[in-house]
Design a protein around this ligand. Sequence first.
Ligand code: TYD
Length: 142
Amino acid sequence: MTLKERCRILQFDDLGDERGKLVVIEGGESIPFEVKRVFYIYDSDASVIRGQHANVESEFVLINVAGQSKVRLTDGLEEFIVELNRPMMGVYIPRLIWKDMYDFSPDSVLLVLASTHYDGKEYVRNYEDYLKKMEENRKWHV
Ligand code: TYD
C-alpha cells in the first residue's frame, strides 16, 4: 500500500440542518480506533513547525475544526502533504509515520484524536533514529 493509501483522508458526514452543522465522530466506526485521548493545538503561527516525531504505539486522526494547517507525513521513503481546511475532513495517521504540522492560519484549531493515553516513551523525536528504525523494520518485512 502507498503512504497515501495508509494515511487515509476521512470525510465525515454532516448531520447539520438549518440550525447549523454537526459532525459526529464515533470511535471504531468513522475512524479506525477507539479514542483514548483528545488534544488540540491553537495559537501556533505560520512560522511554527510542530510534531516532528513518530509514534510507535499511537494512531491519530487530525482535524482542523477551525482555520487551516498542513501536515507533512513520511515513512522515510514516500511523502504525503495534506491540507486540513474543513471541519468535515480529517487525516488518519497510523503508527510509525513521521509527521510535521505547519502553516497554521491565525484561527487554526487543530483537533487530534489519539488511540492511546500519553506516553512520552513511545515518541521517536530524532529523524535519523526514525530512519534507522524504519530501515530495520523493512528488513524484517521483505
Ligand atoms: P509535543 O509532543 O511537543 O506537541 P506537538 O506534537 O503538538 O508538537 O508536546 C508538547 C508538550 O506537551 C510535551 O512536554 C509533552 C506534553 N504532552 C502531554 O503531556 N500529553 C499529550 O497528550 C501531548 C500531545 C503532549
